[in-house]
Design a protein around this ligand. Sequence first.
Ligand SMILES: Cc1cc2nc3c(=O)[nH]c(=O)nc-3n(C[C@H](O)[C@H](O)[C@H](O)COP(=O)(O)OP(=O)(O)OC[C@H]3O[C@@H](n4cnc5c(N)ncnc54)[C@H](O)[C@@H]3O)c2cc1C
Length: 481
Amino acid sequence: MSAAVGTVAVVGAGAAGAVTAVRLLERASGRLEVLLIDPVPGHGRGVAYATADPRHRLNTPAGQMSASADDPLDFVRWLGGQAGPGDYVPRAQFGAYLADFLDRTVNRGGSASLRRIHARVVGLRAGRTGASVRLAHGGAIEADAVVLAIGSFPASTMGIAERLRESARFVADPWAPGAVAAVRETGDVLLVGTGLTMIDMALSLERPGRVVHAVSRHGLLPRAHSNTPAEPVDPPDFAGLVGLSSVRRAVLRHVGARVRADGDWRAAIDALRPLVPTLWAGMPIADRLRFLTQDRRLWDVHRHRMPATTAAEVDALRVSGRLVVHAGEITDAARVADGLRVTLSDGASLRVAAVVNCTGVHEYVGRVSDPLVDELVATGGARPGPLGLGFDTAPDGRILPADGRRVPVWTLGSPRRGTLWETTAFPEIRKQARDIAASVLAAGQQPITDSEEFEPWRHPDRTRDGRRRQHPLWTAGSPSG
Ligand SMILES: Cc1cc2nc3c(=O)[nH]c(=O)nc-3n(C[C@H](O)[C@H](O)[C@H](O)COP(=O)(O)OP(=O)(O)OC[C@H]3O[C@@H](n4cnc5c(N)ncnc54)[C@H](O)[C@@H]3O)c2cc1C
């Protein structure tokens, strides 16, 4: 990309796309056009912050959600005294803030400009110095650089029995516009999954006289944030740790020491966050797989917590019997008058008006049915990340094509799950957006040399002689929820 004039296409206008666009507009020194492409209006909101339900709260305090990395209290000031830095505000407010943050940047003017394009991107072909982005309604856009800010993919329904999936009373994606509003006002409901999506749906769907059932294999709910947060603690020194067993021991020692010091484990878990990408990258693939199958649930429920106020609402629902959590699986489902009869492995037989898939978003590129992702993987424009999670990326966020060519395509957030693991929450996305904007703009000024090419890719699903390997995660049920 020429430094003086260029076009950057940012695909996806959720939180990641909006903040990347802002960073590009702020940093550009010459003329630059940023194209922000998303079929969904309401830039900045994406999946997480489009909800209008005020009971859907941020799971991060307002003081950590500034969109500006240089001004940590920007969001708190924007709230205008409605909440303090330690408060967990409705996600809708954060969505409005992000949209306003983008508008404020655009209105300030400058040498760079923003064009919003309402379209779905269905194809991407990249050369060494530019890329062509194909739109669903026809036509293509030529850009000097592309940032894929496409977020996570909707929850998988693979682990759910076909008879249930095909029922009109099954809600496959609770975040799809109008999905929850379509659930009947009367009758019990069953939520599949017991993570943060289930918590949101339980709050949205609870009604007097209704029992909300929730089921997951482990029956574990996210832990709650503390009402009186402890002082942050410094990250422990985990230098030189290799292998899951030694990481497990070190984490237990670190958390145990904190609990002995002040009785609370939360600050110790939070202190691990910046270390995760390095620990993850240094772990052999077999250990990462062991983490996903043996430790992920426990990690998730401690790391991704709900606000204490939300936890109090959930506790009240459970005490009153209006929310019942089951540890088990669905063993049978049949259509009955007015709904479905669902049998669970714990012996419960439920008559429900709807079953809602709350197994959470997923990141396995081999499992999604998305034209852009399918084409990228099929043409070798991108290769799946370690364990099939998201895309494989270089340290600067560049997408790595199958043949190792260096192409001007970057990604951030959830699609980097396989390489970073800790990459989905807004504080991590904000930092990545800043780094990617710098990298995109710098790339326009540097000639490409052959020494910068990456290793070609070998499919982890194939042996050296091309035979297919069984991949335990791609054949198992949904990993989340
Ligand atoms: C329900 C929920 C609640 C959350 N709460 C919090 C929280 O409280 N705090 C926190 O830190 N993190 C939270 N997160 C994590 C969240 O992932 C990030 O904070 C952030 O919202 C992710 O933004 P994103 O832009 O990467 O993805 P998304 O929000 O998924 O946005 C991606 C956008 O890309 C568009 N898109 C996708 N494919 C294409 C295509 N082919 N062409 C064009 N456009 C496309 C989509 O339409 C969408 O608008 C939450 C996540 C969820 C799902």
